[in-house]
Design a protein around this ligand. Structure first.
Ligand SMILES: Cc1cc2nc3c(=O)[nH]c(=O)nc-3n(C[C@H](O)[C@H](O)[C@H](O)COP(=O)(O)OP(=O)(O)OC[C@H]3O[C@@H](n4cnc5c(N)ncnc54)[C@H](O)[C@@H]3O)c2cc1C
Length: 410
């Protein structure tokens, strides 16, 4: 088996790497910023840089030329994403590139593709995925936002919560209930909603993971029926299929690798008890284990990319461990780094004694947000069910558990 790339692909890799490294400011500190904790000036910079990358075709090299890409394959897309991931940067339009865009590619009409995809590919539009509601997170089927057809328009009412955004979005990729059905997930549809439609309000809320998510309120929001994505009442299934693209990606392991490489440099330069940290056998063992984790994640991510490249023959990937590994590494690696630094690892950013420029504190906080793209527990359920074929708890037992909890409350 040959895991290598062709000469042409390596050329693309180098040209993408040069483009990214030349464009990113020298003082950019990967791991210090998250997309959601940027100043206004930083936001403007990343928006501009996103457009530049879009002009080069480096946001969506795997998309067709008609939709704004370079007409290459998912493998080339994976190569460019890997290079971008290694810089530690994150595009402001993450949700458009990794979720809404692929969903429109698969389920959109020709008109929708022409209308929505070029803005994503060229980096001019920002999309948010607005799915989560106060009572619908892991249980996505419990959507309460309602869309009622009146003439040519659906009228949306209700609330979304914890929606990641950098700036007011140009579009929302959102779920709403269009029928009262049993089971619940058969009455949900997907909509593509211009972000400035009258009746939408955004309310920011800061989270501990150094982020800003928003509450989004829909009040009599008129959405033309042309903006229904895919089939009416099939939105839940469409959304689940598109999650495949959010959770996988070669960028994530590359970002973890970059952080580890920087940390190894730090361990080489930093002495404890008279010798460099890197000479400590326990430290070496921990670093090696971290490197192995990242390599496993990288192989899983590339397997998913390969699978995308064969989607027409093989269909969608039955289950994907990428997101699961991403969460494991995001939570466990900062903890291991903190242990290596001892108590100095717990000093606040800004303390003159803080080690590794205090970056561990920020990573640690960011890693508290294990919720985006489904929690670790929910990821495990997906792997158990779709990956290992383990049976689900029959619905009748769920009912029995729910009833016994009610009895306990009484
Ligand atoms: C930083 C951040 C960014 C986000 N960005 C977005 C976004 O852009 N768009 C969007 O739509 N949403 C976004 N979310 C919301 C996120 O998708 C949800 O928080 C997530 O799906 C979990 O849903 P919930 O918060 O309702 O938790 P719940 O579903 O209420 O879960 C609460 C806890 O119970 C556990 N749990 C739930 N069900 C089970 C089960 N069956 N078995 C075992 N354990 C279970 C969960 O793991 C969790 O620990 C974001 C959240 C955060 C924190």
């Amino acid at each position: 088996m040959d895991f290598g790339f062709t000469e042409k692909q390596e050329k693309l890799r180098k040209s993408a790497r040069d483009f990214f490294l030349n464009g990113i400011p020298e003082d950019f500190d990967p791991g210090a910023e998250t997309m959601f904790s940027l100043t206004k000036a930083q936001t403007e910079f990343w928006m501009k840089f996103q457009k530049k990358a879009g002009q080069k075709g480096y946001l969506t090299p795997g998309w067709s030329k008609e939709t704004g890409g370079l007409g290459l394959s998912p493998i080339e897309q994976g190569i460019v994403e890997e290079e971008w991931g290694y810089t530690g940067g994150r595009w402001p339009n993450f949700s458009g590139l990794h979720i809404a865009g692929p969903a429109v590619q698969i389920f959109g009409t020709e008109e929708q593709k022409k209308k929505f995809l070029p803005g994503i590919a060229k980096g001019t539009a920002v999309w948010n995925q607005a799915f989560t509601e106060p009572e619908a997170g892991s249980d996505e089927a419990n959507q309460k936002v309602r869309a009622v057809l009146e003439g040519d328009y659906y009228i949306l009412n209700g609330q979304k919560t914890f929606i990641s955004t950098l700036t007011k979005p140009d579009y929302l990729y959102t779920l709403a209930r269009t029928a009262d059905t049993e089971p619940k997930h058969q009455g949900i549809s997907l909509f593509l909603v211009p972000g400035d439609t009258p009746g939408i309000t955004y309310q920011a809320q800061g989270t501990m993971g150094l982020g800003t998510q928003v509450n989004i309120y829909y009040q009599d929001v008129k959405v033309h029926q042309e903006n229904l994505l895919g089939e009416l009442n099939r939105g839940f299934y469409h959304a689940m299929a598109a999650f495949e693209f959010e959770r996988s990606g070669t960028g994530n392991p590359a970002t973890h690798k970059r952080f580890l490489v920087d940390f190894i440099q730090f361990c080489k330069k930093t002495r404890r008890d008279g010798k460099p940290l890197i000479k400590d056998p326990e430290v070496r063992k921990t670093l090696a284990k971290m490197a192995i984790d990242i390599e496993i994640q990288r192989l899983i991510a590339w397997e998913a990319v390969w699978r995308h490249s064969k989607r027409k023959e093989l269909g969608s990937k039955p289950y994907d461990l990428s997101g699961f590994f991403n969460k494991l590494i995001s939570t466990h690696h900062p903890e291991k780094m903190m242990n290596i630094l001892g108590l100095y690892g717990q000093l606040r950013t800004g303390s003159k004694w803080a080690k590794f420029a205090g970056k561990i504190e920020r990573r640690w906080q960011i890693a508290r947000s294990v919720h985006p793209a489904g929690t670790l527990e929910v990821n495990k359920i997906v792997v158990a069910g779709r990956g290992l074929g383990l049976p689900r708890i029959p619905a009748k037992f769920n009912k029995v558990i729910a009833e016994s909890l009610q009895e306990k409350k009484k």
